[in-house]
Design a protein around this ligand. Structure first.
Ligand SMILES: [Zn+2]
Length: 148
């Protein structure tokens, strides 16, 4: 949860309290950087999103799996951790805001690629080669040329 004053991503919890019906947890937080205090409200949300894979099988959306894929692509590229996290959050929010409860793995891949392309060319190509599974070498070469 980012600090609303300085946008720093880390804060400590000073106090947690559940609402009477136990549906909401209120937390008093203190920003680790600017030390200002703010309150967050946490509620249960059922994430009902299934990923349809290339072979037609379905699996529950797995945030960690997506995060890991993006992190591997960004390895040793001097991309700030915050940028990578923001990318993950951005895609996740988009997925959760969809009306459909199913999304194809290739759609997710494309969403990630669109963002990686703006972020870092090498990370983009790494991700593309693994997740898009280019049908042939020619296709991959075309993508490479965009950065030449
Ligand atoms: Zn702050």
């Amino acid at each position: 949860m980012r600090c609303p004053y300085c946008n720093y991503p880390k804060s400590s919890v000073l106090e947690s309290r559940d609402s009477e019906d136990n549906q909401v947890t209120r937390r008093r937080r203190k920003c680790a950087k600017c030390k200002k205090r703010f309150t967050t409200y946490e509620r249960v949300e059922i994430i009902d999103l299934k990923v349809v894979k290339k072979d037609g099988s379905k699996e529950e959306f797995n945030r960690q799996k997506m995060r890991k894929g993006i992190h591997i692509a960004c390895e040793k590229r001097n991309i700030p951790e915050e940028e990578v996290e923001r990318l993950v959050e951005d895609i996740e929010l988009r997925l959760l805001n969809r009306k459909s409860t199913e999304v194809s793995s290739s759609d997710i891949g494309r969403m990630i690629l669109t963002r990686l392309k703006k972020l870092d060319a090498v990370a983009y190509l790494r991700f593309a080669s693994v997740f898009l599974e280019f049908d042939n070498v020619e296709e991959f070469r075309k993508q490479l040329q965009e950065f030449a």
